[in-house]
Write a protein that binds this ligand. Structure first.
Ligand SMILES: Cc1ncc(COP(=O)(O)O)c(C=O)c1O
Length: 470
């Protein structure tokens, strides 16, 4: 079959029907267990088909075989990771982006995608209250946002020392020290590896008991250097939710002539709530920020934002030029000037749609609601006999320990996962396993918190044994 038959497009309706049915069911499901990798692999496995199939049959097979193994991360009691909700409005916008088949590389290939991305970028700067002159790259997620921001930092910090890293690379470049809070997220190290700073070569800065960089330790680390550094801070530690004291550390970095980058995959969103923004006070003084749409803005995956105060440095690090790619005019914006890819999905449509979905006030209310639920769950669970709330709940993260050994905590987590009412996961904090509860979905309510608390309490009773449960 070499041409599209007249009814080729009806498969889009099939997919929409399946998606709507799935989301309706999952939103009210009592239990949401998922089939194993092995079971799903076996269901799909087989030789490469010799011939094509009918579109409806393909989509029907895909949905029927995959759905048993779809983790219910859009369900209201999913607390395993900071995963947001893939809100239906964002999904619908994303479907259109895919159906329109736009390559959001540049203005010529995708005029609407480029323009909407420009509007979404200025809305994001407004909502997050960051310097309005900053530029934003629409990337896959915070990992790549960190990478893009660090590439811009590398470009500018070496340019100031007379080195053109884009032309000459890092071999033979002047040394460029990188300081990083000791409780940074694992993916920042991925970015460090790729931009050539090395995951081990960076200098850790001591943090406090909830993972915040200690300003005096930063000052001391900078004093030991003889050139200005790149400093990597964090808004929203993945276990405790804590953010660095930016109002103290930003002036230290600035006085040293350094570049402050902030990994704010979810924590940067505190800026969008009057109640929460005290936790990120001073963050706007940084030079670059990485955050996600697919966490607290509730967009579908993949959606991240690489935000750089110095748009020239951002473009220098990222822009692609070739004779066959007509550049944007002065009042237009080529999306590929700010990201590592040329060809890509038009991510701005979903970001724009989700900001319209909630509006400024709705975003603030949703952030506040997630944090209130996390605080409630942390407090209620921490009050159960033998259970400890390991750190005060900051933002949307609660970490708990059951009894005084790792085994009991891990057993409770496994029991809760098997119970299927809610999904929680394990994490290591200060060398000990904890149950981590991340509240990041606009679908979660206090009633979901209560159902989850009841499930955790039941499972803890079982793990403690019949005597303890009396
Ligand atoms: C603090 C922090 N930084 C970075 C990341 C990486 O983000 P992504 O998975 O969207 O690339 C995460 C993801 O969980 C995170 O929580």
């Amino acid at each position: 079959m070499t041409t599209l038959p007249e009814d080729a497009f009806s498969v889009l309706q099939d997919a929409a029907d399946r998606a709507i049915a799935y989301r309706r069911a999952i939103a009210v499901a009592d239990r949401t267990p998922a089939a194993s990798y092995g079971a799903i692999h076996a269901a799909f496995d087989g030789p490469v088909p010799d011939h094509g199939d009918a579109p409806e049959a393909i989509i029907d097979t895909l949905a029927t075989l995959a759905e048993p193994g779809i983790r219910a991360s859009t369900a209201p009691r999913f607390f395993g990771w900071v995963i947001g909700n893939s809100h239906p409005t964002g999904v619908a916008a994303d479907w259109l982006a895919a159906a329109w088949g736009q390559n959001a590389a540049n203005v010529s290939a995708a005029p609407a995608a480029s323009a909407v991305e420009a509007v979404a970028a200025s809305w994001l700067l407004d909502l997050l209250d960051l310097p309005r002159e900053a530029s934003i790259g629409f990337v896959t997620g915070a990992t790549v946002a960190n990478l893009v921001c660090l590439a811009a930092a590398r470009s500018e910090m070496l340019r100031r020392r007379g080195w053109d890293v884009e032309a000459d690379g890092l071999i033979g470049a002047p040394p460029l020290p990188v300081l990083i809070g000791a409780d940074a997220h694992a993916t920042v190290y991925t970015a460090l590896k790729i931009v050539g700073f090395g995951a081990k070569r960076v200098i850790p800065v001591v943090t406090d008991e909830i993972g915040r960089m200690i300003p005096a330790a930063l000052e001391q680390a900078i004093a030991a250097l003889d050139v200005p550094p790149i400093v990597i801070g964090q808004a929203g530690q993945i276990n405790t939710g804590a953010s660095d004291p930016f109002d103290a550390i930003a002036p230290i970095v600035r006085a040293a002539g350094g570049w402050l980058h902030v990994d704010g995959a979810f924590g940067l969103w505190a800026q969008a709530s009057a109640t929460l923004r005290d936790q990120t006070r001073g963050i706007e003084q940084a030079d670059s920020w990485a955050t996600d749409g697919h966490k607290w803005l509730q967009t579908p995956y993949d959606s991240g934002f690489a935000i750089v105060r110095d748009a020239d440095a951002h473009r220098r690090a990222m822009a692609i030029s070739a004779s066959y790619l007509p550049p944007a005019s002065a009042d237009e914006r080529d999306p590929s000037d700010y990201v590592i890819e040329l060809s890509r999905r038009a991510r701005g449509f979903a970001a724009w749609a989700m900001i319209r979905q909630f509006g400024r006030k709705g975003i603030a209310a949703m952030l506040d609601q997630c944090c209130a639920i996390a605080a409630y769950m942390g407090e209620r669970l921490g009050a159960l006999p033998g259970v400890t709330l390991v750190a005060p709940v900051a933002l949307n993260q609660a970490i708990l320990r059951f009894g005084d050994d790792d085994a009991a905590t891990l057993a409770v987590i496994k029991a809760v996962q098997d119970d299927g009412v809610a999904y929680v996961g394990p994490s290591l904090w200060r060398g000990q396993w904890v149950m981590r509860i991340s509240v990041s979905s606009c679908a979660t309510t206090m009633a979901d918190a209560d159902l989850t608390i009841a499930s955790v309490a039941r499972c803890w009773d079982v793990v403690r044994g019949p005597v303890a449960a009396v």
